[in-house]
Design a protein around this ligand. Structure first.
Ligand code: COA
Length: 283
């Protein structure tokens, strides 16, 4: 269990984010920081609709490794560059001629899906366009998802003679249920943002021009909370779909107890009693 986390991260795919670039050397992604302790990781291959090639995975994993250690970052937003696409899936160009073993390693070892799965701070996917295949799976590995009315979701792998390999069959099914997950995965059909919202696939849908503002308002709200409590909460909620009830309840009370060893718990309680806003420090 990691206790040093004090930040929330938002994962998004949008344009016009004004930030300080904190990791300038990447080719396929950019990482920027906003004043409020929010980092933005943008998948930056708009000419390929931000398809995930092996370089995106490698750079994304490296960036997440840095961001998880950076206490000045409280929220991560992940997005895709350009106005058309969040992420249109794995880079199909890299599939040709790939063997089973190679592809298994790409998706299993140092993949963005796995790094996000173990990422201790809250992550928000800001989805402004196509969210397909590995893009949908990446969004599913985030904690919260906001979508533009223009977003389209799907698991079209079946059309290529393959199946989802980045968690789609498992996370999508747990999130929206077997009936609709099976339909999406067997047909490869896309659904629109309102349908995704109705299925519980996204937290909110906004007009395209409001997506960024509303998403960052959400990120700011979460970033003001106690970082260790956020981490414990995230871990506990994730347990609900990964353990049986008895195990989940046991772990929940342990994680609850961890919060009682923090300065932020004292601050939260004191602030309530003194009728003021708490200032959490991540300790
Ligand atoms: N991998 C690699 N390249 C991709 C891609 C992907 N998953 N998705 C889009 N691209 C590329 C296209 O090849 C095209 O490149 P080009 O200009 O060099 O030819 C560019 O992105 C623009 O895509 P295009 O198909 O021209 O846009 P569109 O608006 O006509 O269609 C989609 C958009 C998303 C419907 C279509 O691109 C598509 O079906 N993409 C594949 C989605 C998919 O199957 N993902 C799961 C992969 S496992």
């Amino acid at each position: 269990m990691m206790l040093e986390v004090s930040n929330l991260i938002l994962l998004t795919s949008t344009t016009n984010i004004r930030h300080l670039n904190i990791m300038p050397d990447y080719e396929t992604i950019s990482v920027e920081k906003r004043d409020e302790g929010i980092a933005v990781l943008t998948i930056n291959r708009p000419d390929k609709l931000n398809a995930l090639n092996s370089k995106v995975h490698a750079e994304g994993v490296a960036a997440l490794d840095e961001l998880r250690k950076d206490d000045s970052v409280r929220v991560l937003v992940i997005t895709g560059a350009g106005e058309k696409s969040f992420i249109a899936g794995a880079d199909i160009g890299e599939f040709a001629g790939k063997t089973s073993v190679t592809q298994r390693n790409v998706f299993q070892e140092r993949s963005l899906f796995n790094s996000l799965d173990t990422f201790p701070k809250p992550v928000i996917a800001m989805i402004n366009g196509f969210c397909l295949g590995g893009g949908c799976e990446l969004a599913l590995a985030c904690d919260l998802r906001t979508a533009s009315e223009k977003a389209r979701f799907g698991q079209p792998e079946i059309n290529l003679g393959i199946i989802p390999g980045g968690g789609g069959t498992q996370r999508l099914t747990r999130l929206i249920g077997e009936t609709k997950a099976m339909e999406m995965i067997l047909t490869g059909d896309m659904i629109d943002a309102q349908t995704a919202y109705n299925l519980g696939l996204v937290n909110d849908v906004f007009p395209a021009e409001e997506l960024e503002e509303k998403t960052f308002a959400l990120a700011n709200k979460i970033a003001e909370k106690a970082p260790i409590a956020l981490q414990m909460a995230k871990e506990a909620v994730k347990l609900a779909s990964r353990s049986n009830l008895d195990e989940g309840l046991r772990r929940e009370v342990d994680l609850f107890a961890v919060c009682f060893s923090t300065e932020d718990k004292e601050e939260g309680v004191a602030a309530f009693l003194e009728k003021r806003k708490p200032v959490f420090k991540g300790r």
